[in-house]
Ligand binder design. Structure first.
Ligand SMILES: Nc1ncnc2c1ncn2[C@@H]1O[C@H](COP(=O)(O)OP(=O)(O)OP(=O)(O)O)[C@@H](O)[C@H]1O
Ligand SMILES: [Mg+2]
Length: 333
């Protein structure tokens, strides 16, 4: 049985301008200890996917279709009490903006201790002295030097990288089976980014957690996630083993994202400007017909604006394109 099963998940928002279909029939599964990268441009639905998993969608959101199962349990059928039992204990999330996720009025130690009290995992978590020991251990595990002293700090006294480490400590304190990291490195500089990714990999192995790593950067998933799903305008457009997706993308959007990667591009033309994908993501209140990517796709032809391509699966790869790229880079037309 898969740890997590997302089937045809669709999410709509009630907005002043009308009904906005933000997520359309998204499906994926995640096994115990597995890492899935979710990649796509801003607004493609990465965060709402994770908020839906956590049961933390905004009040104007509605799951209009689909199913969410965690260890076989139907998450959408659960009441809030049962859901909050799973949230934090079995699955936890590192939010996109660590600075606003930590409460500025309380010390790091206090906030971390609250997590241990709420979701005790070890006998030590049940006594103040035991928790004290566990807090120091947790801080050490996430690579915070001088942990005892740092526990007395308020969030504003920590650097961005340190705050992110504290957020990670809070998320893994309960040893969740699933950790969702939503753009965990966006606000950090490149060296710290690499350290945080290394830390996530290390904790994932240590606790045998499944990890969903959300990012707009294919470079970030390339070293961390075994599988990657690429999203566009609230839909999955491509999925497969990360190495294969990067070596031979089948969807033109994935190919476009790869072209924008500085590391890969630098070897070819270090002094030229990085390319970007022309055009913009569609307005979700006025979606284009057919394939959502067709207005930006240089390969688009009639079927592309006539009909949304089906999700096609071949072996370990899945893709949604009328004219997928072949390995050699040419089309199948
Ligand atoms: N509360 C809300 N009300 C209306 N629309 C919303 C709401 N929350 C999100 N959306 C819309 O849903 C879409 C998906 O948003 P989401 O936050 O998941 O994007 P994202 O992929 O995480 O982007 P980013 O990379 O910028 O974090 C966007 O078009 C966004 O405007
Ligand atoms: Mg987001």
């Amino acid at each position: 049985m898969a740890l997590l099963e997302v089937r045809d998940l669709s999410i709509e928002f009630e907005t002043r301008k009308g009904n906005l279909k933000a997520l359309e029939r998204l499906s994926f599964t995640l096994n115990e200890g597995e890492t899935l990268g979710i990649v796509g441009e801003s607004g493609c639905g990465k965060s709402i996917t994770s908020l839906a998993l956590m049961g933390l969608l905004a009040p104007n959101a509605r799951v209009s279709a689909g199913a969410l199962r965690f260890e076989g349990k139907d998450l959408l059928a659960m009441n809030e009490e049962a859901r909050s039992e799973i949230r934090g204990a079995e699955m936890s999330m590192i939010f996109q903006d660590p600075m606003t996720s930590l409460n500025p009025s309380f010390t790091v130690g206090f906030q971390l201790e609250e997590m241990l009290k709420a979701h005790p995992r070890e006998e030590a978590d049940r006594s103040p002295a035991g928790r004290r020991k566990r807090l120091v251990e947790l801080m050490e595990q996430v690579g915070i030097p001088d942990p005892a002293q740092r526990l007395t700090c308020y969030p504003h006294e920590l650097s961005g990288g340190m705050s992110q480490r504290v957020m990670i400590a809070m998320a893994v304190a309960s040893r969740p089976k699933l950790l969702i990291a939503d753009e965990p490195t966006t606000a950090l500089d490149v060296t710290i980014q690499a350290q945080i990714l290394e830390l996530l990999r290390d904790l994932q192995r240590r606790y045998k957690m499944a990890l969903i790593l959300i990012t707009h950067d294919l470079g970030v998933v390339s070293e961390t996630a075994a599988r990657t799903m690429v999203m566009y305008a609230g839909q999955a457009v491509e999925e497969g083993p990360t190495r294969e997706v990067i070596a031979s993308p089948r969807h033109p959007y994935t190919a476009g994202l790869l072209q924008c990667l500085p590391a890969l591009h630098a070897k070819e033309a270090p002094k030229t400007r990085l390319p970007s994908i022309a055009g913009m993501v569609p307005d979700l209140l006025a979606r284009p017909s057919g394939c959502q990517f067709h207005p930006r796709c240089s390969r688009a032809q009639e079927p592309c604006w006539q009909a949304l391509p089906d999700w096609r699966v071949e072996g370990s790869r899945g893709e949604r394109c009328h004219f997928p790229l072949t390995q050699a880079g040419g089309g199948q037309r």
